[in-house]
Design a protein around this ligand. Structure first.
Ligand code: DNO
Length: 356
């Protein structure tokens, strides 16, 4: 595996490439062309400029998170052809730039969903949190406003204000889309892009829906072992793979995370590893990465990744806000650096134990 950190680019991130370079064992970053809209074909020169900036700082651009999917593709409207063509152009240019991992998601309307961005924990750190009760009491159109005050001035990926302004229309677009339609539209998209992925050796890594259940009555399909295996098999190509995100699949306590990883051998192209602490099955908060701070056994998660021979990029996921840092919720420097170091430590121990 290659340890990386997500980086939002010098225009948007409070964390610098120099700081990332100084975290022991972190050799790459995961980034994207922030400022592009879903559906646009990316320019090769913009991709190369991002790559050069990262390489000049002594790091590698280890993959893209995300190349977002236009809603026409998820809904399956006739204009999806144009947007798939644009997606293919972007993939070709990424391939030409020698980039081989692309993370994306297939969530309708909302990307990841949290009801609090700064819940205080007993140690004074703040974390992202979710309660089903809060979601049930909320008008979906008010979702964005309800958390907007806690973003520390950052634009949250997936929650861009332009997108939230169209929320009513988006809900209308998805009115007739159920799980089966969403699966069919995902299959159609994957079949169209796989030849390009084969040509340029690009691993597509679908991100799970977070939380791993339907919110506001919208269909959500990338939520559990049965569905993810269905997705892998319906387009049976090694480039059709997953982002294994422990914090997203882990929102549903019925998901056995190490078992899911083992069942996805050869198809885990990217890993997001973080821990959650449950106060009840429908109330959870993001904990430190350390197993004892939350609910998951992080050693078992890392061991499963090791056992399947995982070689792709991995990143600590959302961190707590600690030491008075002011940054994008979940994406400060300090706690993610602690997370990377801890995950590297687990990996070293597992590797050495295995060699004995
Ligand atoms: C949240 C992230 C997600 C993820 C996308 C992938 O912090 O994990 O926004 O990047 O769902 O497309």
């Amino acid at each position: 595996m290659q340890m990386t950190l997500r980086w939002y680019g010098s225009k948007y991130d409070t964390v610098t490439l120099k700081q990332i370079r100084q975290i022991p064992g972190v050799t790459g970053v995961i980034s994207t062309l922030y400022g592009t809209a879903p559906g646009e074909a990316w320019e090769l020169e913009d991709i190369l400029a991002l790559k050069k900036e990262i390489e000049d700082a002594g790091l590698q651009l280890a993959g893209i998170e995300s190349v977002n999917i236009h809603d026409a593709i998820k809904v399956g409207t006739p204009d999806r052809e144009q947007y798939i063509d644009n997606y293919i152009t972007t993939l070709e240019r990424l391939g030409q730039a020698d980039i081989h991992m692309v993370c994306y998601n297939f969530m309708p309307v909302f990307d990841w969903t949290r009801t609090e961005l700064a819940r205080m924990r007993p140690d004074g750190s703040t974390v992202l949190a979710y309660t089903q009760e809060a979601v049930d009491a909320l008008d979906p159109e008010k979702m964005f406003e309800s958390i907007a005050g806690d973003t520390n001035g950052a634009v949250m990926p997936g929650w861009e204000p332009e997108r939230m302004a169209r929320i009513k229309d988006l809900f209308e677009m998805y009115r007739d889309v159920d799980d089966e339609k969403l699966f069919a539209n995902l299959k159609y998209f994957l079949e169209r892009i796989m030849p390009t992925c084969d040509k340029y050796d690009i691993n597509m890594a679908i991100h799970p829906d977070d939380p791993a259940w339907s919110v506001f009555g919208l269909p959500r399909i990338i939520i559990n072992k049965a569905n993810i295996l269905r997705m892998i098999r319906m387009v049976d190509n090694p480039h059709n793979g997953v982002t294994f995100c422990s914090g997203s699949y882990g929102t549903n306590l019925e998901n056995d995370l190490p078992d899911m990883i083992r069942s996805l051998k050869g198809r885990v192209h990217f890993a997001h590893v973080r821990n959650l602490k449950f106060n009840s099955p429908t109330d959870f908060e993001e904990a430190a990465h350390l197993s004892s701070d939350g609910t998951f056994d992080m050693y078992e998660i890392m061991r499963a990744l090791y056992d399947i021979g995982f070689t792709g990029p991995i990143r600590p996921d959302h961190g707590r806000m600690i030491w008075d840092e002011v940054a994008m919720p979940g994406y400060g420097l300090y706690d993610r650096a602690l997370g990377a170091t801890y995950l590297n430590g687990l990996w070293e121990a597992i590797e050495k134990q295995h060699r004995k």
